[in-house]
Design a protein around this ligand. Structure first.
Ligand code: UMF
Length: 225
C-alpha cells in the first residue's frame, strides 16, 4: 500500500484525459473514488492540487493493475490455444485405446463364459459348478449359458463361416458349418439368487456366434440350432 502515499509534486501530466471513462468500468475504480473521498475528509488542510494528484496517481495505478491483469488473461488464453491441438490428440489417443481395450475385453469375456475345451462329457452337476467357477452367479443367476467343448481355434474359425443375422437383428452373426459338442445350462424354475441351480443338457448342435474386430473374433454367443 506504499503507493497510496500522495506525492505533493506529482505533475499534472499524470491526469490522463478520459481516464475516468476507461477505468470506470473496472470495479477498483469505485474503490479508488471511495478512498479519495475518505482522504479528502481526513486531510482538510491539504491543497486541492495535491489531492487531485494523489487521486489521479491512485487511479493510474489501478488502471495499470487492470491492464496487467488483462494481459495475464490474454497470455493464459494464448497458452490454452497453443496446447489445444495437443489436448485433442491426447483425447483421441485415449479414445482409441479405450475402444480397443473394450473389444479385447469382449473377446476375453466370450472365451471365459463359453469355451471349455477340456470337457468331453458333462456330469449332471456340471452347470452348477461351471456357472459358479466362471463367475456367472455373482450378484445374479445368469439365466442361460452355453459351453462349447472344442479347441478355441475351431470356435474362432466360425467367424469365417456362414454369415447369418443375429437374434437382435445385427448382421454380424456366423453359423458353424459342423455340429459341435456343447453343454446348455438353464436356470431351474424357482431357483433364486444366491442359490443358483442349473439344468445341464449335453447336446451336439450348430453354434451361432457374433464376431467383431480385426482379426475377427467371437464376442457373443447367440444360439445353438
Ligand atoms: N446365451 C447362451 O449362452 N446360449 C444360448 O443358446 C443363448 C443365450 O443372449 C444373452 C446371453 O445369453 C448371451 O450373452 C449368452 F451368453 C447367453 O455375453 P453374451 O454371449 O452376449
Amino acid at each position: 500500500m506504499a503507493w497510496l502515499i500522495p506525492h505533493p509534486l506529482l505533475p499534472t501530466s499524470l491526469f490522463p484525459s478520459g481516464l475516468k471513462a476507461r477505468c470506470s468500468s473496472h470495479p477498483s475504480f469505485l474503490e479508488a473514488n471511495r478512498l479519495c473521498k475518505l482522504y479528502k475528509i481526513h486531510t482538510p488542510g491539504i491543497q486541492e492540487l495535491q489531492k487531485l494528484a494523489f487521486c489521479s496517481h491512485l487511479k493510474t495505478k489501478l488502471e495499470t493493475q487492470a491492464l496487467s491483469q488483462r494481459s495475464e488473461t490474454a497470455m493464459a488464453q494464448e497458452r490454452f490455444f497453443n496446447l489445444f491441438p495437443l489436448l485433442v490428440l491426447v483425447l483421441l489417443a485415449l479414445g482409441c485405446v479405450q475402444t480397443s481395450l473394450g473389444k479385447e475385453s469382449r473377446v476375453m469375456k466370450f472365451q471365459w463364459q463359453h469355451v471349455d475345451s477340456d470337457t468331453t462329457t458333462s456330469s449332471p452337476s456340471y452347470c452348477n459348478e461351471m456357472m459358479k467357477r466362471r463367475d456367472m452367479t455373482d450378484g445374479w443367476c445368469k439365466p442361460v449359458n452355453t459351453f462349447v467343448h472344442k479347441p478355441l481355434a475351431d470356435i474362432q474359425a466360425v467367424c469365417h463361416q456362414r454369415n447369418v443375422t443375429c437374434k437382435n437383428g445385427q448382421p454380424n452373426c456366423h453359423k458353424s458349418t459342423s455340429k459341435m459338442n456343447i453343454t446348455n445350462c438353464h436356470l431351474k424354475h424357482g431357483s433364486k439368487y444366491p442359490k443358483c441351480t442349473y439344468q445341464t443338457s449335453q447336446e451336439k448342435k450348430y453354434i451361432i456366434v457374433a464376431c467383431e474386430g480385426d482379426p475377427i473374433m467371437p464376442v457373443h454367443f447367440d444360439d445353438s440350432v
